[in-house]
Design a protein around this ligand. Structure first.
Ligand code: ZN
Length: 334
């Protein structure tokens, strides 16, 4: 009995130990397997993320490329718009020139052959003489260009300005076919109209000055303030008679643009002042000013010319020897 027991006990212990060993091995195995499995899973995920990142990088590069292409396209568009704008401006200028040429042609057709001294537009019902006083000024060149645009000739009653640009402008007036008239040398009423002598002195001075500068011996005069001015100390009829004796004719005006006043008139006001009565006159001598402080006169000029030329049976002409004068005062025996 004792012997049996002693054999059985170790047997049971061995079994228990074996079982324990089994547990330990299993536990160890589990400890090894779980991290390995986890590692594997992580590895796979890292790998996947890596390829996803590659994809994102490729997308980013493609986007960058796209942005660059669009930038280029935008630049190209901007250049095209700029070119189009320039072309539009060019076309507008061409249209304007064509319009001016058409008006010029129509004007030439309606007034017959180009005017020659002595055969002055006798066939036209309304003759309009644009006159510019007080120049030359910084605006003369622009005024001359506008007149050229419409093939229209005008008359400039200038004063004794002595700068190089003023002299050049006087020569331009003549060389571009306009009429050069005198408007006194000083344009100072108090000196000019102080006595017959001071008027004569000033008259001779402007006449000789214009001859010296342009070679033109002018036969046309416009009194500063007009022949009907009320500031002269001398009877204006005497001064008119004096001019007659010098074989000089004076011209007043019967249409005033109104630009001689202190208030600067608008383009619309000037245009209306000039054009409203032309239709009722056979001869319209239009008073305007070519001076530094009259910018709206220059701005209005194109519209004024176009409006006049659009009138029936009407021509714009320069004053010549044959033009019948418009005068505010009557003098002499007649
Ligand atoms: Zn004046």
């Amino acid at each position: 009995m004792m012997a049996d027991d002693s054999i059985r006990v170790p047997d049971a212990r061995r079994k228990r130990i074996k079982r324990l060993k089994g547990y330990i091995v299993l536990t160890l195995l589990l400890f090894l397997l779980i991290p390995t499995a986890l590692c594997l899973v992580l590895l796979i995920r890292v790998n996947r993320l890596g390829s996803a990142l590659d994809g994102v990088k490729t997308d980013a590069a493609a986007l960058e490329q796209l942005v660059r292409e669009q930038d280029k396209a935008l630049e190209k568009l901007a250049a095209e718009i700029e070119a189009l704008t320039a072309r539009t401006a060019e076309l507008t200028a061409e249209t304007q020139t064509l319009r001016a040429q058409t008006i010029q042609q129509e004007n030439a057709e309606s007034s017959g052959e180009p005017e020659v001294s002595g055969t002055e537009a006798v066939t036209v019902a309304h003759r309009v003489y644009l006159t510019f006083d007080d120049g030359p000024s910084a605006y003369t060149e622009e005024i001359l260009d506008i007149l050229d645009e419409y093939g229209v000739k005008a008359t400039f009653f200038v004063v004794g300005k002595e700068s190089d640009t003023a002299r050049e402008a006087m020569r331009e007036i003549v060389s571009r076919g306009h009429t050069l008239g005198m408007h006194s040398y000083s344009h100072k009423y108090s000196e000019l109209y102080a006595s017959q002598e001071s008027f004569q002195e000033d008259f001779e001075r402007i006449r000789e000055y214009l001859y010296e500068v342009t070679g033109v011996w002018s036969t046309l005069y416009r009194f500063p303030g007009g022949s009907s001015n009320t500031v002269s100390e001398v009877d204006m009829k005497e001064l008119a008679a004096y001019l007659d004796a010098q074989e000089v004719r004076f011209f007043d005006w019967n249409v005033s643009s109104g630009d001689g006043g202190r208030k600067l008139l608008s383009v619309d006001e000037l245009t209306e002042n000039v054009t409203e009565n032309i239709g009722s006159h056979e001869v319209s001598v239009v008073l305007m000013h070519d001076s530094q402080d009259k910018p709206t006169t220059v701005e209005a000029l194109r519209g004024i010319i176009e409006d006049i030329l659009a009138l029936d049976d009407t021509a714009i002409l320069p004053i010549t020897e044959e033009t019948e004068p418009v005068q505010h005062i009557h003098y002499g025996s007649s």
